[in-house]
Design a protein around this ligand. Sequence first.
Ligand code: S3P
Length: 169
Amino acid sequence: MHRNIVLVGFMGTGKTSVGRVLADRLGWIFSDTDHHVEEKAGMPVSQIFAEQGEEAFRQLETEALQELLGLQNRIIATGGGAVLKEENRRLMEEGGLVVALNAAEEVIVERVREDAARPLLAGNVEERVRLLMEARRTAYAFAPVQLDTGRLTVQQAAERIIGELARPS
Ligand code: S3P
């Protein structure tokens, strides 16, 4: 049995909403690395980016992964860029079942359009999503479970993941 479930994926793929339903279904605790970082830093992610830079945020993100993945029976939603560091990927693979949530570019643009909380999408959202998705094209491929959330409800996505838990690893 896996210790935790780690949700990875681009911004707007549904990590938080699927994670919450999954936690509810399994009776596990939902955690979010962005939220953990914000609690520790005492400020929102956008303010960390603005005042301390992305590098400082990435450091805090790795620390959040170290802490959360040391626990068990957690659903851990990670920030879209958390997979970019080799160290983070290793922590995730060792700490639980890594599930990548995917969605088409147009679906993502619609989901993130009204949300001003994401510093990397400031400006022209279509353009930012297109460029970042291109740069991260293979970034989520390491996850053994891949799920397209574009055509699934949050409940259906959670059910699929629960189905994966039953498979021998
Ligand atoms: C980021 C994604 C965000 C947050 C930060 C950077 C990224 O999390 O960690 O703004 O690099 O893709 P979500 O994927 O939860 O939006």
